[in-house]
Each structure stands twice: as C-alpha cells, then as structure tokens.
Design a protein around this ligand. Structure first.
Ligand code: ADP
Ligand code: MG
Length: 225
C-alpha cells in the first residue's frame, strides 16, 4: 500500500533543516501501525508526505502502486480524496457547520447529492455512537465527540488509508481509549490501513507494529515482521 525508498526532505532556509534522512518504509494493506518519536523527530513531516500534503526532495514514494512525485495539485487532491482520510490532534472541524455537515463534506467534493450526503453522514455518525448529535455544532461537543466526528468524516469517502497525527493528543485518558477502540475497530472490520502518529507508548502498544523515528531516521519497525 505504502512504499518509501530512501526518502529525503530538507526544509530550506538560511540554515536548511534536513528533516528526513533516507527513510525506507513499507506498510501493507490492512495494517495498523504507529509512528513514534520525540517532538521534532520528523513524524508530522513524514505523515504529510504520506498524505500527499507535502513533497519530498529525493527518493521514491509509491502509494497504492502510483509513484507520488511532482504531481499537480489537482492530481494530488484527486488521489488524496480517493485514498486517504485524515485525523488531526485538533480535530479540524468547521465551526459553522453541524456534525452531519462536517461528516458529509468529503462527499460534496465528489459531487454526491445533498440528500445522499446527509443520509450517509448520519449513518457514519451512528456508527460512531453520535446519532443524536447530528445537528450539534463542534462548540457544543466534547473533545472525544469532536474526534469521533472527525473520524466519521475521514471514513465517509471510503479511503484505503487513515492517517492520524496525534489523534488523542488533546484528549483525556478515558476518551483516548474510546478513540483508539474506534480506530482499531475500523482497521479490523473494514480492513482499513491505519497509521497513527503518537508519542504515547500505551497508544503505540495497541497497534500491531511500532515504527520508531529518531532525528529523521527510522530506528526500527520499517518493515513488517
Ligand atoms: P514531529 O512531528 O516529530 O514533532 P515535525 O515533522 O513536525 O516533527 O518537524 C521536524 C522538524 O522540522 C522540526 O525541527 C520542525 O521545527 C521542522 N519543521 C517542521 N515543519 C517545518 C516547515 N514547514 N518549515 C521549516 N521547518 C519545519
Ligand atoms: Mg508532529
């Protein structure tokens, strides 16, 4: 599903920052993996490259058999919408849209009718245990509820991969476990590839493989088994 060969990334500036230093990584379909590492080690940079939100300088990235390199923004967006669902620490919900509208949004970009969008959004909210919250706004919801809305939004377009950057970083321990249970269930029941960036060992312990990144290099877990 994901193949990285010798990926390098430098942020240019007066003193250029070499953030990813020859990353080799393979993640297969249906895997549940975590990416661990200290703050500043390059986790988000790596996840942004995986999600085609950012470019790399050298190496090769194949996603679902497609070489991801020098894509036009249109082509990148098309692949993102089709293949990837994102979950962020800060939820990134739209404040002036209710839960149902937030979840339905990816389908708008696919040209799905409003009626069908809302129908599916309700279905996904129910799957997340939020059937009664469809017409509530993010400001009326707890952190855990907001993250479940964000997960429903990530899933609704039926992506092949969920990329989650510290999805429990803003949650208390009880809610953290709720969100982890959902991500594990999605992985198991939908054979969804799930990649979770975290610096919490007890989160990583709940994934099937732990990828450790240190100072831009993968120390362990780059390959399965
Ligand atoms: P992590 O997610 O592991 O905390 P990041 O990938 O966000 O690490 O950042 C790795 C390093 O790159 C950090 O030193 C960070 O300050 C730097 N960095 C991240 N994004 C940018 C950017 N857009 N421009 C310049 N430097 C950046
Ligand atoms: Mg980060």
């Amino acid at each position: 599903m994901i193949d990285l060969v010798n990926i390098n990334k430098t942020y240019p500036s007066a003193t250029p920052l070499h953030v990813l230093k020859g990353i080799n990584l393979h993640i297969g379909e249906g895997e549940l993996v975590s990416i661990m590492g200290a703050s500043g080690s390059g986790k988000s940079t790596l996840l942004n490259i995986l999600g085609i939100l950012d470019n790399y300088d050298t190496g090769e990235y194949h996603l679902n058999g497609t070489l991801i390199r020098n894509l036009s923004e249109t082509r990148a967006a098309e692949l993102r919408n089709r293949l990837i669902g994102f979950v962020f620490q800060s939820f990134n919900l739209i404040g002036f849209k209710n839960a149902m509208e937030n979840v339905a949004l990816p389908l708008y970009y696919q040209g799905v009718s409003r009626r069908r969008r809302n129908e599916l959004a309700l279905e996904y909210l129910r799957m997340m245990g939020l059937g009664d919250w469809a017409d509530h706004y993010p400001s009326e919801m707890s952190g855990g509820q907001k993250q479940r809305v964000a997960i429903a939004r990530a899933l609704i377009a039926r992506p092949k991969i969920i990329l989650a950057d510290e999805p429990t970083g803003a949650l208390d321990s009880h809610t953290t476990q709720e969100v982890m249970d959902i991500l594990r269930r999605v992985n198991r029941e939908q054979n969804m590839t799930v990649i979770i960036v975290t610096h919490e060992a007890d989160i990583a312990a709940q994934t099937d493989r732990r990828i450790h990144i240190h100072d831009g290099r993968i120390e362990s877990g780059a390959f399965r088994g």
